[in-house]
Design a binder for this molecule. Structure first.
Ligand code: GSH
Length: 219
């Protein structure tokens, strides 16, 4: 298919679902055009509906193809790169897909109590049993990398869509603190959030001026 894919995104500071396919594209070397639509405005829904009637971002447009849903976009980007978005080995690939699906469908408490807010650091939110459970699960995922350590520092050695799925979680932990994390998990969070390929997104998020009050939680 000709031409660069267009990724329609929300605010870089807050839109965790937009970040996931974008960072995967960076790691796969796929150049994207970007259309940013500011979240939480009276026109957001109508503007997104010009691309996709579901009215949420991200949306990928490539030629006549319109793909909503971050996980479907990531599958497509991986296919554009000969499958390199997932681990090469079948069992690892199955495991990576399960982790990506777990993120896409789960962690409801973490996502609602600790919204992604890349600009913010040093925030504290009161923990709950459900939040501590989500963080314990994240800690286990981020700590369990020894099987692939000889191939690289990411969840499955080489960077994969599983890492892209969890990058917004790493930014959340950077914002709200490392309580409950092992040293291996903290190392992963710091690597992911200081990934040079994420730097332009972080810089652009920091330059955004919109403030969405209900996403500004913690003190
Ligand atoms: N399941 C969707 C979630 C997309 C989503 O909730 N996007 C948010 C921004 S991060 C959005 O568009 N919110 C605006 C709205 O729901 O009106 C995905 O994986 O892409």
């Amino acid at each position: 298919m000709n031409g660069r894919p267009l990724l329609v995104i929300g605010n870089r500071n807050y839109s965790s679902w937009s970040l996931r396919p974008w960072i995967l594209a960076q790691h796969l070397g796929i150049a994207l055009d970007i259309q940013r639509i500011v979240l939480d405005t009276p026109t957001f829904h109508a503007e997104v509906c010009r691309y996709w009637p579901g009215g949420r971002v991200p949306v990928l447009i490539h030629g006549a193809l319109v793909i909503p849903e971050s996980i479907a976009i990531m599958e497509y980007l991986s296919e554009l790169a000969d499958g390199l978005g997932w681990p090469a080995e079948q069992q690892e690939r199955a495991h990576a897909r399960a982790l990506a699906a777990e993120m896409h469908a789960g962690f409801a408490t973490l996502r609602s109590l600790c919204p992604m807010n890349i600009r913010a650091t040093g925030r504290h939110v009161t923990s709950t049993t459900a939040l501590a459970r989500d963080i314990a699960r994240i800690n286990a995922i981020f700590s369990d990398r020894s099987h692939a350590a000889d191939r690289g520092p990411w969840l499955f050695g080489h960077y994969s869509a599983a890492d892209a799925m969890y990058l917004p979680v790493a930014f959340r932990l950077r914002t709200y603190g490392y309580e409950g994390l092992s040293s291996q998990a903290i190392e992963y969070v710091e690597r992911a959030t200081s990934d040079p390929l994420a730097a332009t997104w972080v810089r652009d998020a920091q330059a955004e001026t919109e403030v969405i009050e209900h996403e500004e939680v913690g003190h």
